[in-house]
Design a protein around this ligand. Structure first.
Ligand code: ZN
Length: 437
């Protein structure tokens, strides 16, 4: 599924007695919700209509379908790691109804033809909606602009060279100016390259101890500072992906206070783990950007609590187990995230009291929808007449993440064995139940 057209012939579903939380409208109350032909047709105190399926949702939370604005589906080019079918299956298993895929594919997602390829394949094989984030430069090489306007017209929902930074300041200025005309956001992978050559992990006590080349925080912060400076007069919508450094939160807060359009996202691993995880999990804790220190984790959590970081994104990065079996220096960066994301965010942010459940849902629905302009077609909220993308959450669920929960092609995660709580238990995309725990 790739667009906002409801799936036809999906019948009717009556969800009874859930706590319905819709951050866009501010609704937070016990309601019955009736879904028919892919749309929400009624939200009332009590609905007695007959429906093909009636779901007793007492004690559950009904949220807009979760949206992940940062996933790697590895399709085309690396489908031994993941493809659109397996990646979207992992998505619905995690409660996601929409995902935005990154352009570091082979060939690179930098032409309208590849945007069309992903759309068509997602329509045929996808379990949820798939939207493309197209490359800003050709081949993500940072040398020549990609076909930004044509990709925009083909349906790209944002632009990024993710996996790589736009290194040249001059090219970055051109990218910001060009993307601004599309009304979409540019999403930066913030990595100053000369500081990170050959680095495998955060530059700190653990890298010293292990004799690994360290990756300092400044590699992220320098790019953020540069881009904010460039964007001060351009005012393109600029988004920072997978923020890892606590200092970055301050940079973003300052820019936001100045009125520069900057948003930022945090990932489950950066909200939970530190560089020490490399000692226990080896390559399963090798990330780009790397896991840092406890005060960074604390600052990122506070950044979410203070409303500086307004979007949560997994950076779902599947790799084959053989690739992760390589020595630290040769293994690829990244971990999967879709199946466990909601529960990990809940554990990092809601359980310690940094934010409440409605805020968590906002950070995973309407906020990423706005980042990618999906709110313009009704995605990211629950309303009568709106698209029936819904996620039913059991806030009292208790579970331990195991291999049986990982339904994508890859299982590279250091969170196996973690005891988790609140969890999505049903995922409805375009009025169809696409996943039930
Ligand atoms: Zn990245």
């Amino acid at each position: 599924m790739s667009d906002t057209t409801p799936t036809s012939g999906s019948g009717s579903i009556l969800i009874k007695g859930a706590r319905v939380i819709d951050p866009l409208s501010g609704l937070d109350a016990t309601r019955d919700v009736l879904v028919r032909d892919g749309r929400v047709v009624a939200i009332e105190d009590s609905i007695s209509d007959t429906a093909e399926r009636v779901i007793d949702a007492a004690g559950k939370v009904l949220a807009p379908g979760l949206i992940d604005p940062h996933v790697h589906l590895r399709d085309p080019g690396q489908t031994h790691k993941e493809d659109i079918a397996s990646g979207t299956l992992a998505a619905v298993a995690g409660g996601f109804t929409s995902v935005c895929c990154m352009p570091n594919t082979s060939p690179c997602l930098d032409t309208p033809e590849i945007v069309e390829y992903i759309k068509a394949k997602a329509d045929r094989e996808g379990h949820c909606r798939v939207f493309s984030v197209a490359a800003a430069t050709q081949g993500r090489k940072g040398e020549r602009l990609a076909e930004i306007e044509l990709c925009d017209q083909a349906g790209a929902v944002g632009f990024s060279d993710d996996g790589d930074v736009v290194e040249s300041a001059s090219m970055m200025r051109t990218v910001l100016q060009t993307v601004k005309h599309t009304g979409k956001a540019f999403m930066q992978h913030c990595q100053e390259l000369t500081l990170t050559q050959g680095a495998t992990m955060h530059a700190g006590s653990v890298s010293m101890k292990l004799g690994e080349r360290g990756w300092p925080r400044e590699a992220e912060e320098l790019i953020i500072e540069r881009d904010i400076r460039l964007n001060r007069s351009i005012k393109c919508r600029y988004h920072i992906q997978h923020m890892s450094s606590g200092n970055s939160v301050e940079l973003v807060a300052r820019a936001q206070a100045e009125g520069i359009p900057v948003t930022a996202e945090a990932s489950p691993h950066h909200l939970h783990l530190t560089h020490k995880a490399i000692e226990t999990h080896g390559t399963m804790a090798k990330m780009n950007p790397p896991l840092r220190e406890q005060h960074d984790v604390d600052a990122l959590r506070k950044g979410v609590a203070d409303g500086i970081i307004t979007i949560l994104a997994t950076d779902h990065a599947p790799h084959h187990i053989d690739e992760k079996r390589n020595p630290l220096c040769d293994a690829p960066f990244g971990i999967i995230g879709l199946e466990s994301a909601f529960s990990l965010y809940h554990k990092a942010l809601v359980e310690p009291g940094h934010i409440d459940l409605p805020k968590l849902i906002e950070l995973m629905t309407i906020n990423p929808a706005k980042l990618c302009n999906l709110d313009e077609c009704g995605i990211g909220s629950i309303s009568v007449g709106g698209v029936a993308d819904l996620t039913l959450i059991d806030p009292e669920h208790e579970w331990t993440l195991g291999n049986e929960h990982l339904v994508g092609k890859s299982s590279n995660t250091p969170f196996l064995g973690w005891d988790l709580g609140a969890r999505p238990v049903m995922t409805i995309v375009g009025g169809q139940v696409r996943w039930e725990a």
